[in-house]
Design a protein around this ligand. Structure first.
Ligand code: CP3
Length: 347
């Protein structure tokens, strides 16, 4: 049956008069109602693992703005935790994990199919959302791509240049490859379970793909995405998949064709006109307004939003930011962006 929700129609390749809109990190600290529910949960991880509250924060931006899609509220670092790594968040700094730097560290992790007990609450959040979302709103599940998740597991925290992961790749390629393999298997299991629970599309976040170049990009960003997408397509042939190899630059070209992704999400380090020419020629694209406009607003936000809608009007497009919205964003600027997208004439 042909999909009716606008997000799913764009993912199926349809060119719509107005692109569907959602926003990375749309449930987040820029919203007072998110901050209130997070305070009720106590901390970020408790919020992720309490299905009623995770569903509530997922629904908040839908109620406030009427986005065309909701993204499951969770985090890409729940997979390492499900595999047995320690995970905690330091307020004002970010995630911390036990590190994987040797064969001995790797051997302590569980198998890729052993994650489901730990992740049961996440699947429950998906089930609640599948019931509670408005009928026109699509539900997006997600996971981190193996490389990006591995960068956090290896370093034990976020790093500006992913140096510890590059070092392990060079000095202990057997450990590095085994970790990427394990994460690939776990990601297939995790996304497949989200789909079974009711996710209508899934997105693979490779936030640090841009630090892989040449052969390393092919081996550690493209190949795992291809394996994950291939396996998900064989289990769930009708479910579209969005890939986000952030800051891939030229690596965006042909990424959908090479991996089987239905849509490639584009960050704002490349222009919309470039992406329309080189990436949208293969199918649906998502993006790519700089998230700083959600802080600064004004005429620049309006002009840039219009330019993006117009650049992508010749093919299937989902409007989004180039990366997640930041905590200092003004909620009124989000409303202005949505109003501008929906009022922009495409001819
Ligand atoms: O987009 C959404 O609204 C869905 C939920 C979602 C979160 N994280 C919630 C979150 C998604 C899709 C993610 C993905 C994620 N998490 C990525 C990939 C996308 C990207 O941003 O590049 C990465 C790298 C992470 C890891 C992570 N989680 C970091 C580095 C941090 C700390 C930095 C920060 O922004 O605080 C988090 C925490 C996090 N994940 C928050 C949210 C709403 C903020 C936590 C809080 O409430 O304090």
């Amino acid at each position: 049956m042909a999909p009716t929700k606008t997000l799913l129609r764009a993912l199926a390749g349809e060119i719509l008069p107005t692109p569907p809109i959602w926003m990375m990190r749309q449930a987040g600290r820029y919203l007072p109602e998110y901050r209130a529910t997070r305070a009720q949960a106590g901390d970020f991880l408790s919020l992720c693992y309490t299905p009623d509250l995770a569903a509530e924060v997922t629904l908040q931006p839908i109620r406030r703005y009427g986005f065309d899609a909701a993204i499951l509220f969770a985090d890409i670092l729940l997979i390492p935790q499900a595999l047995g790594a320690d995970l905690w968040f330091v307020t004002g700094e970010g995630p911390r994990l036990s590190t994987i730097q040797s064969a001995g560290d790797f051997a302590k992790l569980k198998g890729g199919a052993d994650i489901h007990d730990h992740l049961g609450p996440i699947y429950e959040t998906v089930r609640i959302l599948a019931q509670e979302l408005p009928k026109e709103t699509a539900l997006i599940g997600f996971a981190g791509a193996p490389w990006t998740v591995a960068t956090y597991m290896i370093a034990g925290q976020g790093t500006p240049d992913q140096a510890p992961a590059h070092t392990l790749m060079t000095e202990h390629p057997d450990v590095f490859d085994a970790l990427i393999d394990l994460l690939t298997e776990a990601t297939i299991e995790y996304l497949s379970a989200q789909i079974t629970a009711g996710a209508e599309t899934v997105k693979l976040f490779d936030s640090w793909a841009g630090s892989l170049k040449g052969d390393a990009f092919t081996r550690h960003a493209l190949a795992p995405a291809k394996r994950i997408i291939g396996e998900l397509k064989s289990r769930h042939p009708d479910v579209p998949i969005i890939a986000f190899p952030r800051e891939a630059g030229d690596g965006y070209i042909g990424f959908a064709r090479a991996t089987g992704a239905d849509c490639v999400a584009i960050d704002n380090s490349v222009s919309a006109t470039w992406a329309a020419k080189h990436v949208q020629s293969d199918g649906c694209v998502q993006g790519n307004l700089a998230s700083s406009h959600m802080v600064t607003g004004g005429q620049a936000l309006v002009d840039e939003t219009r330019a993006i809608v117009q650049a992508f009007q010749g093919g299937p497009h989902i409007f989004n930011l180039g990366h997640g919205i930041t905590p200092d964003a003004d909620p009124d600027n989000v409303a202005l962006m949505i109003e501008t997208v929906r009022a922009t004439e495409t001819v």
